[in-house]
Design a protein around this ligand. Sequence first.
Ligand code: URA
Length: 243
Amino acid sequence: MKKERADKIISSQSTITRSETVKLIRSGKVKINGEVIKDNSLKIDPQTDVIEINGEVLNCKKFIYIMMNKPGGVVSVSRSPKERTALELLPDNLKRPGLFPAGRLDKDTTGFLLITNDGEFAHSILSPKRHIKKTYLASTSDYIPEKGLEEMRAGMVMDGEELLPAEVSLFKEGTNSSGPVYKITLCQGKYHQIKRMTALAGGALTSLERISMGNLTLDPELAPGEARELTETEVELIRQGQK
Ligand code: URA
């Protein structure tokens, strides 16, 4: 990121609008490297200058990569006029303009949702050519017949679309009170892919959770609805997770 006006940098790195930023600066609420500034056009370097707003240091980066443990009942789109979005659950220090979910999860699917403002990165990990793995735990009301599991492993044609072979294994046996859980790894991301695949294979899905993307696993410390920024190493683990 290059040197820019303080009001422009702050509004691009937070949910504070440009005009609110100007007001904050003029009222002495913004410090750069420990000094109060009053001039909103002052050029600052977001990489080296420490920006404080109301005493809180602003986390300035061109791109941000966030892991959320998506709860059920929220949609994974950037904006929705009617429904609650996963982005609305982000804490203020992670919110900024241009964030979007990289790879959608259905409203009722839970687990690892990646949120970023880096379009190129999102494109590279979602591109069908890259075959980045995504692993899910799929609970079904009853066991999927062996023939259906073999079809999923061999690759299947669904509504005229070719589905690449999936890795499928039994993760947890069913009990008297709940059905079995399968671990399914895909290297594609077609619309409702697991729901449709399991139905075609003879299973009825009762819940679905994404537990990893590439070689990065959902952080067990994140409760549903919680999110945290990823480290560079973690972002690399996603990128390297090809099948
Ligand atoms: N497959 C589905 O059916 N739903 C999801 O949310 C993800 C994969």
